[in-house]
Design a protein around this ligand. Structure first.
Ligand SMILES: Nc1ncnc2c1ncn2[C@@H]1O[C@H](COP(=O)(O)OP(=O)(O)OP(=O)(O)O)[C@@H](O)[C@H]1O
Ligand SMILES: [Mg+2]
Length: 424
């Protein structure tokens, strides 16, 4: 059940390998052992690169060491239009900075790595990016936003806000994040998948109907427009009223119109950002399977640290191959901080429980009575409380940065959070 149906174009990423032979040999071995990838061509010679591009790969995985000078590498990247992930050889920091700054703004450069990045991590990212961008075929919302600059559309960000623990602030953070995205100008859809009856409409002063349960009746863009409600410029689709409605829709085959998958595939033609408020229940698997970004929300107790570790394991160990999520596009947010464990202690506990390697803690959101007060008035806490809003900024920055996929070359600040360099 963990294998992809390789007859579906969306499930295989085609790759051109370019670099010195020892490097392409290693890459070729790794990729040929992974059914999600197909190597269309290999080149060890810069002069041969343009010819090999005629194999029309989705992605070029490149080691800049194949060029005899950085300038040759830079001009080759500028003439290409394929999505590129490139490793550059070690060089003095100033020289590296010069190379990076000359590549700023190249939308098809999806990753530029100067350190020896873990190949498995890179492959997860390449696969996740490629699959999501195929799902988002057509000009889509990103194409529209890009102003027709000739670049291919950047992938819609489909963000699951989740934990297997209840009451940690998933709905609070999902709705605030979505609202922040809409304020940055992204066409944004917030989807309530919370346990039924979904409390999202209540929290946002919206009507509980129409909602997700109405999607199968008219599973088209127009049908979607009819069942969403507005909060500012953000569109909101409330969740199910009862478990019966949830069960009915969740039972629809994923490839059939009316399924949750079809909803998301339709939504990303219209929206640049889709945020899913995801429940602790087994319905979470559905949201996880359509998303390309994950935010795990925790609170500072030992039990939630363990739950968060468990949620991480569920996604990155047990569900491997069932989703397009990658560790590089997944984050932790610690909510209600200041009451229990301190953030580094909490992070260490959870990291230990997953064997050391864990997601970066990118936002620490203080426990704050103003959040409860705002919600009691059914107003988004980001609108009422500046401290809450500020605390979400690193997370919003990572999720909604313009240079999608983060090539390590953003203009944002880098903060070292618990040993992890986070750019925002
Ligand atoms: N930073 C915070 N400071 C104070 N209270 C908070 C904070 N974040 C959330 N809360 C409160 O915690 C409660 C639970 O929040 P929320 O409903 O967002 O959690 P949830 O994870 O979605 O819960 P469920 O699992 O029931 O869906 C709410 O009453 C909310 O007001
Ligand atoms: Mg909730």
């Amino acid at each position: 059940m963990n294998t992809w149906n390789t007859t579906q174009g969306n499930d295989v990423a085609t790759v051109l390998l370019a670099g010195p032979k020892p490097r392409t040999d290693v890459w070729q071995t790794a990729l040929s052992n992974d059914p999600r990838f197909r190597v269309t061509a290999i080149t060890n010679d810069a002069k041969d690169l343009i010819v090999k591009l005629s194999s029309k790969p989705d992605v070029v995985l490149m080691d800049a060491g194949m060029f005899n000078a950085p300038d040759a590498f830079i001009s080759a990247l500028r003439t290409m239009t394929e999505d590129i992930y490139a490793v550059i050889p070690a060089m003095p920091p100033n020289d590296e900075q010069a190379v990076r700054s000359q590549l700023t703004g190249l939308a098809h450069l999806k990753g530029l790595y100067s350190v020896d990045i873990n190949l498995q991590t890179l492959m997860e990212k390449i696969f996740a990016d490629t699959r999501a961008s195929k799902l988002a075929n057509g000009p889509g919302a990103w194409g529209a936003m890009a102003g027709g600059n000739g670049h291919r559309p950047v992938t819609a960000r489909i963000i699951t806000v989740w934990n297997s623990a209840g009451g940690v602030g998933k709905t609070t953070i999902a709705s605030s994040l979505a609202y922040l995205a809409s304020q940055r100008g992204y066409p944004t859809l917030l989807v309530g998948m919370g346990s039924s009856p979904d409390d999202l409409p209540m929290m946002l002063r919206l009507s509980p109907e129409p909602n997700l349960g109405h999607w199968p009746q008219n599973p088209t863009l127009e049908g979607l427009r009819v069942i969403t409600q507005k909060v500012g410029s953000m569109d909101v689709l409330g969740g199910f009223l009862d478990d019966m409605a949830a069960g009915q829709m969740l039972g629809i085959n994923r490839d059939a119109p009316g399924s949750f998958h079809s909803l998301i595939n339709t939504a990303i033609r219209q929206y640049a950002v889709v945020v899913i408020d995801t429940p602790p229940s087994s319905n979470a698997a559905l949201a996880l399977s359509v998303s390309n970004h994950l935010v795990l929300v925790g609170t500072p107790t030992i039990s939630v640290a363990m739950r968060t570790a468990e949620a991480y394991r569920m996604v990155f160990e047990r569900m491997v191959g069932m989703h397009s999520l990658s560790q590089t596009t997944s984050y932790l947010a610690l909510n209600r901080a200041g009451r229990g464990l301190d953030p580094s202690q909490w992070h260490r506990l959870a990291a230990d429980a997953v064997g050391g390697k864990f997601l970066p803690l990118i936002a620490t959101i203080p426990d704050n009575d103003a959040v409860i007060a705002a919600q009691n008035e059914r107003v988004l806490p980001t609108e009422r409380n500046e401290a809450f809003r500020q605390a979400l900024m690193p997370l919003a920055g990572a999720l909604f940065a313009e240079n999608y996929g983060g090539n390590g070359n953003g203009n944002g600040k880098v903060k070292n959070i618990l040993g992890v360099k986070v750019r925002y």
